[in-house]
Design a protein around this ligand. Structure first.
Ligand code: UD1
Length: 421
């Protein structure tokens, strides 16, 4: 198994290009299932999660090909052969469940494996199934699979979600595009990836309004057609690399970065003593003189502080002056990076969903283990600022969500290399 060797050094300077959003691409790809006509995505990220979604769509009979070194994904769901998403693929990646809504809407049936738990929590699918049932689906759990059917087709309805789940919003919106009549989805998630999905669905002929607010209205249509859509910038990759100069000092421009994608995160960076400025090509980040200051962070659905940046923010706060309190409100078990950071000399006290971080002057390099996608990159960030060498093992987690991490970081002066193993 490969690992990543990071040697702590000084300030970082230069530019980092930000890729298209993994989480947007993972919901845009299943949207192909809604139409017989081709859907093409541009600005796609080159990641193993995208390959997993490609394999899933191909297992359903879709044609999926990549062009321009993987940045363009051309899909056709003209001749689908199956409506079953197998456990073998779904267990690798929870976002596989995003085929449920589209398959059910187009074919009146779908069989999708429950994903099971993952490292960061139980992650059930009740919010997805409740929404689809509100649209008239009958859903039964058999042998670990959700068997969904809508014999007379889905019908529009008013439905309020108990919690603004990102994936459930995406599944319900996709399903409602082909339902009969109007669907009003209340307490919908407002993440930029959902706005991106709706913009793509609209290009395919869907009639939707209210995306980006907590009420989304969908007027069902008989069929959707083909489209080409550019995937929105990855706000989590953006936030991650914004933390590199924050931790190491220097000045880095994030190409393609947009302030509206990272508003609440930027507020916390500013409070910690990190400046963020809009440029013609993106965002420029630099740390003010001296150590960063402690700040308190609570993760929330968008537009609040994203849970997917909590681990990376913790890496920054490990060397802040003062005591920071991080509260994780989205996932129940998302502090597994804390004990790894402690191996590097961080002082962290975890109690339930709260981590108290007492900043130390400098971390020390150590062998550490990636436990999930965002945890893995937080260890790389910590290693950049630590004294000596840090070896991060189990980097297959990293490959799920960060493309070319070694070349992007070495491009701004980081000492980082991948060790084949
Ligand atoms: C998406 C993102 C993930 C991010 C998360 C929260 C993708 C592919 N992944 O995941 O990176 O961390 O949003 O911003 O876009 N829940 C239920 N029942 C459900 C569904 C969710 O209880 O039916 C709970 C989950 O266990 C979790 C919380 O709701 O505690 C948030 O989950 P959700 O918003 O659905 O996240 P995902 O769509 O899985």
């Amino acid at each position: 198994m490969d690992s990543i060797l990071v040697t702590g050094n000084g300030a970082l300077n230069g530019q980092i290009p930000i890729a298209g959003a993994k989480n947007a691409c993972l919901t845009l790809m299943p949207a192909t299932l809604l139409s017989e006509e081709p859907l093409t995505l541009t600005n796609a990220p080159r990641l193993s999660d995208i390959k997993t979604m490609t394999a899933l769509l191909q297992s359903l009979g879709a044609e999926v090909s990549t062009l321009q070194d993987g940045q363009v994904i051309a899909m056709s769901s003209h001749d689908l052969t199956s409506q079953t998403a197998d456990y073998d693929i779904v267990r690798k990646m929870r976002a596989s469940n995003l085929v449920l809504g589209p398959l059910l809407a187009r074919f009146g049936q779908a069989v999708v494996s429950l994903p099971g738990g993952c490292a960061i929590g139980a992650r059930p699918m009740d919010l997805h199934t409740e929404g689809l049932e509100a649209l008239g689906a009958e859903i039964e759990l058999k042998d670990g699979y959700l068997h969904a059917k809508a014999p007379g087709g889905l019908k529009g309805a008013v439905h309020e979600m108990r919690f603004a789940s990102v994936g459930a919003t995406e599944n319900i919106v996709m399903a409602a595009t082909l339902a009969k009549g109007t669907t009003v989805l209340k307490n919908a998630a407002r993440e930029p990836e959902i706005v991106d999905l709706v913009e793509c669905l609209r290009k395919m002929g869907a009639q939707i309004s209210g995306e980006g607010t907590s009420t989304i209205e969908i007027q069902g249509v008989d069929r959707l057609h083909g489209a080409t859509h550019q995937v929105v910038t990855d706000r989590i990759e953006l936030g991650t690399y914004m933390l590199a100069p924050a931790i190491c000092g220097g000045e880095v421009e994030l190409l393609g970065g947009r302030m509206d994608l990272v508003g609440s995160f930027v507020e916390k960076l500013n409070a910690a003593g990190v400046d963020v400025e809009e440029t013609a090509n993106g965002l420029k980040v630099s740390r003010r003189n001296g150590r960063v200051q402690a700040v308190d962070v609570t993760t929330e659905p968008f537009p609040g502080f994203p849970t997917d940046l909590q681990a990376q923010m913790m890496a920054l706060l490990c060397t802040a002056e003062g005591v920071s309190v991080l509260e994780e409100k989205i996932f129940e078990n998302r502090f597994m990076h804390a004990p790894e950071l402690m191996r590097m000399g961080a002082q962290i006290d975890v109690h339930g969903g709260t981590a108290t971080v007492t900043g130390v002057e400098r971390l020390k390099g150590a062998p550490v283990m990636a436990t999930d996608l965002r945890a893995s990159v937080s260890l790389i960030l910590a290693g950049l600022a630590a004294e000596g060498e840090t070896v991060v093992s189990r980097v297959y987690h990293l490959d799920r969500g960060y493309e070319r991490v070694v070349s992007k970081l070495s491009g701004v002066g980081a000492k980082i290399e991948r060790i084949k193993g």
